[in-house]
Design a protein around this ligand. Structure first.
Ligand code: NAG
Ligand code: NAG
Ligand code: NAG
Ligand code: NAG
Length: 253
């Protein structure tokens, strides 16, 4: 009974592994590009494979599949040079196609039918998504309260609505006890800062599949009217450390 169950588990596991492999094979390789930029579609082959020919095709949505390029050793042909790609397709090397000056309509599925020596045919596909270039994020700040000992600020990082991209605040270094940040969701951050030797620069990042843009804000531009106080107390703290340092040494046995 136990042996049979073990066998069943193994068979189920094997079936799942095979299904996964088949899916990975069939699923197009995801490639992301930025409007106006370029991308490389590179077929993956075992190192000893000898390529005879590669036929490249393109299909977008429900439209017909068109043949866009043909690679042969030392050769490159465009079956229809008047198609949507015009002069924008290039043979980068024997196994890669380059698309330049990307347009929104270039998004879609690209097929590569690879003919290998002596007589093997293999299909690979690429799912190209062309995105708008990311705008730089914008940071807004509100001074909530301020005493000589502490300043509370609310920050918001945002991008124009409709922008694809994830907004995140990059964590300041963990060991800064004079600077406490509390993420408040929606790109908001509440910050408490105390005067001291602390790096008061906070950075927000917007990231899409292809790009990242950052913007930083220095809290000293928000708190203590320009931060003379924080710098002064930083010098005081350093001077104290230098003066107290040796006596601290003497105290320890
Ligand atoms: C073609 O270029 C791609 C990308 O740089 C590289 O990965 C691939 O190995 C190259 N292939 C050949 C045949 O040189
Ligand atoms: C191609 O990528 C887009 C965007 O990520 C996705 O919506 C679409 O389902 C993908 N198509 C295929 C066939 O994988
Ligand atoms: C700043 O915020 C903290 C926690 O939200 C609060 O305890 C503190 O009193 C605030 N400080 C000032 C100066 O308002
Ligand atoms: C503060 O940290 C940022 C990165 O988080 C760095 O670029 C900047 O130079 C630092 N400023 C100082 C004064 O150390």
């Amino acid at each position: 009974m136990d042996a049979r169950r073990a066998w069943l588990v193994r068979a189920a596991f094997l079936a799942a592994a095979l299904r996964f492999a088949a899916q990975a094979w069939a699923r197009p390789h995801q490639v992301n590009g930025v409007l106006g930029g370029s991308v490389l579609l590179s077929v993956a082959l075992p190192p000893n494979a000898r390529v005879k020919e590669i036929d490249w095709s393109f299909s977008a949505g429900a439209g017909a599949t068109i043949q866009v390029a043909e690679f042969s050793p030392g050769g490159f042909e465009r079956p229809d040079p008047g198609d949507r790609f015009k002069q924008r397709l290039e043979k980068f090397n024997e196994t890669s196609l380059r698309i330049r000056a990307l347009e929104p309509g270039d998004s879609g599925i690209y097929g590569a039918r690879i003919k290998l020596q002596p007589a093997v045919v293999e299909d690979q596909s690429f799912n190209l998504s062309v995105y708008e270039p990311l705008p730089a994020p914008e940071i807004r700040s509100w001074l909530l309260s301020e005493t000589p000992a502490r300043c509370n600020v609310s920050l918001q990082c945002r991008v124009p609505s409709g922008t694809r991209g994830t907004v995140t605040w990059l964590n300041p270094r963990r060991d800064q006890r004079d600077l406490r940040v509390h993420p408040a969701g929606g790109g908001m951050l509440s910050v408490e800062v105390q005067p001291g030797c602390v790096n008061t620069t906070l950075t927000c990042s917007v990231r899409s599949g292809v790009e990242e843009r950052r913007r930083s804000i220095d809290l000293l531009n928000v708190c203590w009217s320009g931060g003379e106080g924080i710098q002064l107390s930083c010098w005081t703290a350093m001077a104290a450390a230098i003066l107290l340092g040796p006596s601290a040494w003497q105290l320890s046995p």
